[in-house]
Design a protein around this ligand. Sequence first.
Ligand code: ZN
Ligand code: ZN
Length: 333
Amino acid sequence: MRAAVTSAPGRIAVETVADPDPGPGDAVLDVGAVGLCGTDLHMYLGERHDTGFPLRQGHELGGTVAALPRGYAGSLRLGQTVTVDPAIPCGRCRPCRRGRWPACRSFRALGVALPGGLADQVVVPVGQLHDADGLSAVEAALVEPFSIAAMALARAELVGDERVLVAGGGPIGLAVTVAAVAAGHAVLVCDPLPARRTLASELGADAVCAPAELADTVAEWTGGAGTDVAVEASGTRSALDAALAAVGAGGRLVVVGVAAHDLVVPVPRVLFDGVTIVGARAGLFPQALSVVAAHRGEVARFASVVYPLEDVAAAFTHAIERPDAVVKVMVAR
Ligand SMILES: [Zn+2]
Ligand SMILES: [Zn+2]
């Protein structure tokens, strides 16, 4: 079969590789579509120290079931459209045993440690598949970023008419916006790019602003109370600091953007303001599937451009150069 192989920093090409060899408990998918995200770009550029070369990338994928494990007794059928939860917790470490699998000490992820979806077919442990009947392959692939958004909102523990600030209007921030608006919450999206602010408004954001206007906008938008929830989805230090400052009493800061810098928290913010700080890692797929199925018009806006697998190198170049209007670059068969 064909698969995209990342052989060195900035080098990816379609090669002929061995056909899938599923083990016990593995399904095989015919890949329909794959989304590229920031993680993919860091891996492709050789910027991650936990992945080397060669790599078989692609962890946001939708496809159809080509083979199921011997003796499989679940509800999935051959030919069915599915989406894939790419993050496989070990199930044995201390966090896993206590139900805190997003903190698994030895996650393995499809398209990172395991061969990914930028290929004709991919092997997936059957438990990682979720029924996406009725969705297109591109929509099924987009369930993955929406699953990250669903985890962020679950960690936010939103109730009633609480307000959500989203710092960073990239794919995850916009997915958080769609999901939070769908759940009836007012959302303020902060992003430096005008095109992203416009799209955020079109996706239902109640208000948008540039980073320099954030403090004033939050004060006005919340009547001085501060936001109930801030979701940091940009991975930048300035946005994280600003998001923490924007959270009001009893509020929550949910960190989704990947970063290595420090977050300095004044003790009174935790002790007297009751601000809670949590991270959101890995995805919640059933919740994401409901949002995607109910908001297909909004979800369609995320797939900015679709390349065929043979043009995977051009797809990565496009994703890195990312003109302002691009939310997500997709690769489809
Ligand atoms: Zn991703
Ligand atoms: Zn574990």
